[in-house]
Structure formats: C-alpha cells, structure tokens
Design a binder for this molecule. Structure first.
Ligand code: DGL
Length: 276
C-alpha cells in the first residue's frame, strides 16, 4: 500500500488521547486512524518514567508493525515527558508529541507573561514543560514566568467518567491553588485527560484565565509535518477509525463513546505483550 494511504497511529494511557484524536479527525478527516488506549496499565502519571517509556515504545512499535502506521501521535504528555529520543532514533516514522505544540500555544496566548501548566506528577517532575516553554519563549522573543502544578487524581476522575460535581471541584480548588496564587493569565492543560475537566477548571480559575489545550495545536503540527513529508491524505471521503484498548473493552466502548461524543462501538482488544 502506498505510504500516504497508511493509517495514523495514536496512543495514550486511556481516554485522554481522545481529545487529540477528535482534533485530528476534524482537521484531517480523510485519514485512516488507529487509536490505542492503554487502559490496562493506566494511570501513567504516577508510574516511574522509565516504565512509561517502555509502554510508549511497545505501543508505538505495535502501531507501526501490526497496523502499518505511517506516523505516530503520542497523545500523552506523560509518555512524551518520559522521553521519546530512543523511539525517534529507532524508527523512520514521524513521531509527533503534544508537549512542544502546547508550549508554543501557551506562549502565544499569554498577555502578561505569567503562565501556568498543570499535568500529572510524572510530567511535572520531568521538567519537560520547563524546557519546552523556555524554548518556545526564546523562539518568540517573549519573557515568561512559568508556574507548574501536578494534579494527581484528575485522570482517575476522567477514567471513571466523573467529569463534574462537588468532589472534582474540591480537588480542583486544592490542586490549582499554586497557579491561582501565581496569578497566571493563561493555563495549559498539560495532560490530555484534562480537557474533559475544562468546565470545572475554568470555574475554579475564573473568567480572566485562558485555558489552552494542546489537542488543536498538536493536530496543526501533525498536519504540517505530514504535508511537508508528502504523507498527507486528502480527498472528500472520511477515513476509517479503529479503537483498541488493553483494559476492559466494554467499559472502553461505553465511556469512550460518552466522552468522545461518537461511537467506539467496535472497539477491540489490544493485547499487552510486555507486561514487565
Ligand atoms: N493523558 C496522559 C497525559 O497526557 C496520561 C494520564 C495518566 O495516565 O496518568 O499525561
């Protein structure tokens, strides 16, 4: 099959990457997609980054070897923060991540220069955003003051389908205190699960704070890169979408459909090979 007609592979620890998938489907509808949610091993955010790096490599190689993916979208900040250098060095397929596009969007959106990033413990402790935001600021000749906050517990709420309510609000008030105190004017949702909690996060942060999600920016970055490489599929027809999960497939179908707003009816099982 010509490379251009091969699918785009997407992965995340669970449902979070569906926020990125939706942006990709909207921007590049003619492409075929294969999405794997690693719900059998989620959450990634509280696991050692070395383990997460191994999961990411297994998922990416499966998308390339088993599904013939022409490009990989790492729709997970924690997997990106764990380090993609070995993966990139070991494959000729473009590997597109969510961290750099999110950092550029954050730096472009701020008015005061006081910016915040929230993410999993793994993402925040890796310092990935400190580097990515500094690089984005340097490239745009902007000066920014970054405050980061880890939000353990947010991902678990999303994976349970509990995206609003008092419990989420109480947790959000506690975890978002550092970025509120820093008076950021722009906050990057540095975990692909967090856009599902955007309403609560926006309520807690207040109307003057702009929330930035990396989903749209990542889709634009992916389109640019595919276009430059001559791999972009165009045309009128809508491509196929295939969803797989390493955990309970029934709940993946049910909750995934509810969160994404369209059917994951035919979601399939993706077997974990390297369970170490
Ligand atoms: N959605 C992922 C991220 O962007 C991972 C969340 C998790 O599994 O802890 O970081």
């Amino acid at each position: 099959m010509p490379v251009v007609k091969r699918p785009i592979g997407i992965f995340d620890s669970g449902f979070g990457g569906l926020t990125v998938a939706r942006a990709l489907f909207d921007l590049m509808p003619a492409e075929d997609y294969v999405y794997i949610g690693d719900t059998g091993r989620y959450p990634y955010g509280s696991k050692p980054l070395e383990d997460v790096r191994g999961y990411a490599e297994e998922l990416a190689h499966s998308l390339i070897d088993d599904f013939d993916a022409k490009a990989i979208i790492v729709a997970c900040n924690t997997a990106t923060a764990a380090g993609l250098d070995d993966l990139r060095a070991g494959t000729t397929v473009p590997i597109i991540d969510v961290v750099a596009p999110g950092a550029y969007a954050l730096v472009s959106a701020t008015r005061t220069g006081r910016v915040g990033v929230i993410g999993t413990v793994g993402t925040v402790s890796s310092g990935a955003y400190v580097h990515a935001v500094a690089a984005a600021a340097q490239q745009s000749s902007e000066t920014v003051d970054l405050t980061s906050a880890a939000c353990p517990g947010f991902v678990e709420f999303v994976e349970r389908g509990q995206i609003t309510g008092d419990e989420v609000t109480v947790l959000a008030e506690r975890l978002l205190a550092p970025v509120r105190l820093a008076e950021v004017d722009t906050l990057l949702l540095g975990c692909t699960h967090y856009p599902f909690l955007a309403r609560t996060i926006a309520d807690v942060m207040g109307p003057d704070v702009v929330l930035v999600s990396s989903a749209d920016e990542t889709a634009f970055a992916a389109k640019d890169q595919l276009h430059q490489l001559g791999l972009l599929r165009t045309g009128g027809s809508v491509g196929s979408r295939r969803f797989l999960s390493s955990g309970d497939v029934d709940s993946f179908r049910e909750l995934g459909s509810a969160l994404l707003g369209f059917e994951l009816d035919r979601a399939e099982r993706w077997p974990i090979r390297n369970s170490a």
